[in-house]
Write a protein that binds this ligand. Sequence first.
Ligand code: ATP
Ligand code: MG
Length: 313
Amino acid sequence: MPETGNIVLRAEGLAKTFHLGFLRKRVEAVREATFDVRRGEIFGYLGPNGSGKTTTLKMLMGLVFPTRGRAEVLGRPVPNREAKRKLGYLPESPYFYEYLAPEEFLDLVGALFDVPRRVRRERAAKLITRVGLDNARGRPLRKFSKGMLQRVGIAQALMGDPELVVLDEPMTGLDPLGRKEIRDLMLELKHEGRTVVYSTHILPDVEMTCDRVAMIFAGRIRSGGPLAELLTARLLSTEVCLRHGVGHIPELPEGAKVRQTPDGMLVDLPEGADVDAFLKAALGSGSNILSVTPRRESLEDLFVRQASEKGAT
Ligand SMILES: Nc1ncnc2c1ncn2[C@@H]1O[C@H](COP(=O)(O)OP(=O)(O)OP(=O)(O)O)[C@@H](O)[C@H]1O
Ligand SMILES: [Mg+2]
């Protein structure tokens, strides 16, 4: 069990039901969200559109009151002013004062965090460089593109020098280069000892950055844990590359697929096939084994499998 002092964010049975319109139609946005985030890690909160990611993060930020459950940030029950000062948050649809230039907007955010004037000027200037907006200094935010505004949003989340950074879909609107820059920035934040939590449905980004994840489908968390464990848990198939000998081609187990290659052939043995027996038979028939590669489940395979299970949508 991790020490509780190491836990910087905790969701315990969080649930939120909205009531819509005159007939008060019930929308169960989040049914059950339980997870915790440890100090110094990058935590991914994954789920398809409408699965409840934003609502969970809003409950953790104290912006939406939960119907059930408990939220804790930096060791304090939400909402808490002291915890809020050490917290940076990028909302899903941030609001910007559009006549301000990025340095003026960041200065305003810094003032709200009580950062002294000189410190906040320096910090704003550094953050503008860090999010790749050097060439847009002095330009009012209303003239910014979507991706540029997203970068301003990320910079404002860092103005208070936060211990914990919570970003709701930080990659939205960014081109592949921009996404790489933000991935690198998140890794830098981690190296500085900060904790990063972000929601997304862009799975390759998660594979490249996250230490642990939670996956939410239709308001319920269905799996979670260290990414390395989730991805190595399930063997999908084993690929054997071999060169024929003079003897017969070894007999193939049921469900195996074969493809000819310039070197010989590639045999894809399904999950559960007796790989050892096949390799012995292949060697016995005089074939050379060129490689044996286990194919593990990717995050995308896992996500699709979870999404297609009963009750996930
Ligand atoms: N204020 C609200 N009133 C009524 N229903 C809401 C409200 N906010 C969210 N919902 C509903 O709750 C569900 C979850 O929404 P949420 O925004 O949390 O999903 P999400 O996982 O962030 O989706 P996306 O990936 O599209 O951002 C949706 O069905 C949505 O329509
Ligand atoms: Mg959302």
